[in-house]
Design a binder for this molecule. Structure first.
Ligand code: GLY
Length: 349
């Protein structure tokens, strides 16, 4: 009898030890959380930046990262974190998304956004919306409250309203700096048209026009459960034609997440679309075994410029490795890690 009891005690002891080892291994694997964000890439040179403006960008990027961090730390999902983080940037006039969206050729603000859950491959996006205060929230509503992935224009707005997403008067998006930028590019265009004798090369804008399409915002997060999610929101490019949609709301192009990696892009949308950028990064990792950094660099530093495009992206893998390549002078970007350390960057170094 004594022998049986001793064996039972030993078995219970071993089961306890083994379970605690498995638990501690799982919590070690699942205990990491990271967030990476961008606020657009472009000809962002220190020589052209005022200290006040630099401070404002850094403060808003920090606030956006802190908002996502607080949610991740509490154990909330990567989806909750990236939505809240992108909303901070959408509410700021500094970035080309939400409040700070650029103007179309017709003088409107047409906004695009997308969100994707890497765990389920569920995704939602909206494009060409003019009355949704936070398009990222509307994109999430499409993902979670409809059977569709993408909704555009007035239909997306009707769905957003019915889903309880905040609607604003289009005038909410009017900002002087964006309006002045539209007037400037129109002036440049008319000069160019005269110089080209009416032979406008819209895909070959000069360097002076290139930054009229940047400023998109995005976030990618890895949560405590090891799930990745990605989000992107933009006003597109200044002076874009009626109905033009860029890469940001297109799943697999400006935004993508799966179990291995999450990606959000910023740059000249037409070139990102033609290079299927976000999915290409994920595919290089999955099929060729490239690291997140090698895959992201391959696409941003080689494939996109080879076609003549420019921009950057943020990518985060399931182990918490971050890559933030860009082939422009600068990119507003930042990271926050589990220890709460926030880092924000603007220029190349
Ligand atoms: N990357 C944003 C756009 O081209 O619309």
């Amino acid at each position: 009898m004594k022998v049986i009891i001793s064996k039972l005690v030993l078995s219970v002891f071993l089961v306890c030890v083994c379970s605690s080892m498995v638990f501690s291994q799982n919590s070690k694997d699942q205990g990491n959380f990271v967030m990476v964000i961008h606020g657009g890439a472009g000809t962002i040179l220190k020589s052209q930046m005022t200290p006040e403006r630099e401070k404002a960008y850094k403060e808003t990027l920090t606030q956006a990262l802190q908002t996502g961090y607080d949610k991740l730390k509490k154990g909330e999902s990567s989806l909750n974190a990236i939505e809240a983080t992108v909303r901070i940037m959408e509410d700021s006039p500094l970035f080309n998304a939400g409040k700070g969206a650029v103007f179309t050729n017709e003088g409107k603000n047409e906004l695009d956004a997308a969100i994707m859950d890497g765990k389920t491959l569920m995704a939602g996006s909206v494009a060409g919306v003019t009355t949704i205060k936070n398009p990222i929230t509307a994109a999430r509503a499409v993902m979670e409250k409809s059977e569709h992935v993408m909704m555009v224009g007035s239909g997306a707005e009707k769905f957003a309203r019915e889903s309880g997403v905040e609607i604003v008067d289009p005038k909410y998006f009017w900002t002087k700096s964006r309006w002045d930028a539209l007037q400037a590019i129109k002036k440049e265009d008319s000069t160019k048209t005269e110089l080209d004798h009416g032979n406008k090369k819209s895909m070959k804008l000069g360097v002076e026009n290139r930054d009229h399409k940047f400023g998109t915002v995005g976030a990618v997060a890895l949560d405590l459960n090891g799930n990745l999610a990605a989000a992107t929101s933009t006003g597109g490019m200044t002076n874009k034609k009626y109905g033009r949609v860029g890469d940001a709301p297109l799943i697999g192009i400006g935004t993508y997440a799966n179990k291995n990696v999450g990606i959000s892009c910023t740059g000249w949308g037409e070139f990102f679309i033609r290079n299927v950028v976000a999915y290409d990064v994920a595919a290089l990792m999955e099929y060729k075994g490239l690291s997140v950094n090698d895959a992201a660099e391959e696409v941003v530093m080689k494939k996109v410029p080879a076609l003549g495009g420019d921009g950057g992206l943020i990518a985060l893998d399931k182990k918490g490795n971050v890559s933030m390549p860009f082939n422009t002078a600068g990119m507003y970007r930042g990271t926050v890690t589990k220890d709460g350390r926030i880092e924000v960057f603007i220029y190349k170094d």
